[in-house]
Design a binder for this molecule. Sequence first.
Ligand code: B1M
Length: 219
Amino acid sequence: MSVKEELLSRLKEAVVNGDPDEVSKLCRKVIEVGIDPLEAIEKALVAAIRELGDKWIRGEAFIADLVAAADAMKVGLSILKNEIVKRGKRVKYIGRAVIGTVEGDIHDIGKTIVATLWETAGFEVIDLGVDVPPQKFVEAIKQYNPDIVGMSALMTTTMIKQKETIEAIKAAGLRDKVKIVVGGAPTTEEWAREIGADGWAPDAISAVELVKKLLGVKE
Ligand code: B1M
């Protein structure tokens, strides 16, 4: 096993064990040895959440384990995110984005990764957090005048709030002021079309390409 593989596997294990101190120490080591922070996010942080999530679904782990792992993962994400920003060439400002997880939903790992990558791509990102009611998205559009509004939903029971939020934005007469993008595991391209969003992305990397395309950004 190479140094890199060994380090990434220890980082993944530290997230699974919900050990933020070990995660923090190993993320600094990842940066020190020059591993791509984005690769560490995908291959260690996200991989750990997926692995533990599968164990939880099989009843081999408890929700508390998942909460602890998610918290440890976010410690690592913030360290690696700063490195991505630091390494990123001085990116040109592209625009402003508001993002949040919809009302009734507290899953924020994916949303935070999308927000991170939008930021490193040149967006000013206002993250509204989780459990965000439709009206709060409307107020944020009035307050921040963003180019992009992003909504994450992780459950079949909450994705309907993406539809309700788009309706609230329309009712407030703001629909043509923003490009609306949606995502999250249960969502699909058809769903996005059906609810009148401007775009959908299956993962964070394509979420960056999507918003650049929607704003006509030439590479
Ligand atoms: Co919960 N949970 N969870 N959970 N959880 C799921 C989502 C579930 C699918 C597990 C399952 O049972 N199969 C299930 C939903 C079932 C359904 O659809 N109805 C579920 C459930 C039921 C629950 C609870 C109800 C459990 C309970 O309490 N009984 C509860 C609900 C709480 C609530 O929201 N009201 C709950 C709680 C939790 C935790 C809090 C413990 C924790 C979240 C921790 C946190 O986020 N801070 C958790 C977790 C971790 C999961 C799983 C295991 C992993 C989700 C995750 O973070 N994936 C999940 C099962 C699974 O998906 N395997 C599950 C990693 C992340 C990087 O992927 O979020 O998909 P993802 O993001 C991707 C893409 O989706 C995309 O890019 C991201 C990065 O590549 N993307 C976007 C995401 N948002 C985007 C936005 C965009 C564009 C792309 O534009 C704006």
